[in-house]
Design a protein around this ligand. Structure first.
Ligand SMILES: Nc1ncnc2c1ncn2[C@@H]1O[C@H](COP(=O)(O)OP(=O)(O)OP(=O)(O)O)[C@@H](O)[C@H]1O
Ligand SMILES: [Mg+2]
Length: 201
């Protein structure tokens, strides 16, 4: 199996307090990996290290330069201050240093339909319910067509039907060759993954 993203012997500290010790992760093409563990065990921290938004205290994260990584963080409250509509927020996922083409707009529309937010396209993020907001951020993440998806409790705010749709989208991404790394407290959801990394014990 080819690893798209690997982390070896990762350790991390916040202001000297150890959070992760000697963690190893291999995100392989066409596979899903669950990251489990209790609150505060370091799941979000691990995803931030894999995405490169935090630097490890020890160990290293490696990925080939052509591998694109999409991160859906657990905490995204800061963006509510921006005057973005739902459609604009999803489109951001396609801004790869160029103007959006017709195909980009079609991909944005398709994901908004699948996540049932098409009718909310002109609303501001701060005018949405928690689950509608989460659907918007999921659409922004999935529209990116990355090789690696790092998803931090992606369905925690979703109703059962929408959770099922997200699981379908995850399965499609994996079939298409992507690696999905999914932090979750939901056993059923973690069971979708072929492998798991359990933190905090
Ligand atoms: N910015 C920060 N500064 C200091 N400590 C932090 C910071 N962010 C997280 N921590 C601490 O690091 C530990 C791991 O936090 P993290 O958010 O990675 O856990 P988690 O497994 O994602 O938890 P949850 O299930 O609640 O999302 C916790 O003890 C937390 O209090
Ligand atoms: Mg977390």
């Amino acid at each position: 199996m080819s690893a798209l993203l690997t982390a070896e012997n990762l350790s991390f500290r916040y202001a000297g307090t150890p959070v992760l010790q000697d963690v190893n992760v291999r995100a392989e093409a066409a596979s899903m990996l669950a990251v489990t563990g209790p609150n505060g065990s370091g799941k979000s921290t691990l995803l931030h290290l894999l995405a490169g938004v935090e630097k490890p205290w020890a160990g290293h994260v490696s990925r080939a330069p052509e591998v694109r990584v999409a991160l859906l963080p657990q905490r995204t409250g800061d963006i509510d201050a921006l005057p973005l509509t739902v459609t604009e927020c999803v489109r951001i996922g396609r801004f790869a240093r160029r103007r959006l083409t017709r195909a980009d707009h079609a991909a944005v529309h398709d994901l908004m339909e699948r996540l049932e937010i098409a009718h909310l396209g002109r609303r501001r993020l701060r005018e949405l319910s928690g689950g509608q907001r989460q659907r918007t951020l999921l659409a922004q993440t999935f529209v990116q067509e990355a090789e690696v998806y790092l998803l931090d409790e992606p369905t925690a705010a979703l109703d059962t039907a929408t959770r099922g749709r997200v699981h379908e989208l995850l399965t499609e991404k994996v079939r298409g060759g992507a690696a999905v790394v999914l932090a979750s407290h939901d056993r059923e959801e973690s069971a979708l993954a072929g492998r798991a990394v359990t933190l905090g014990r």
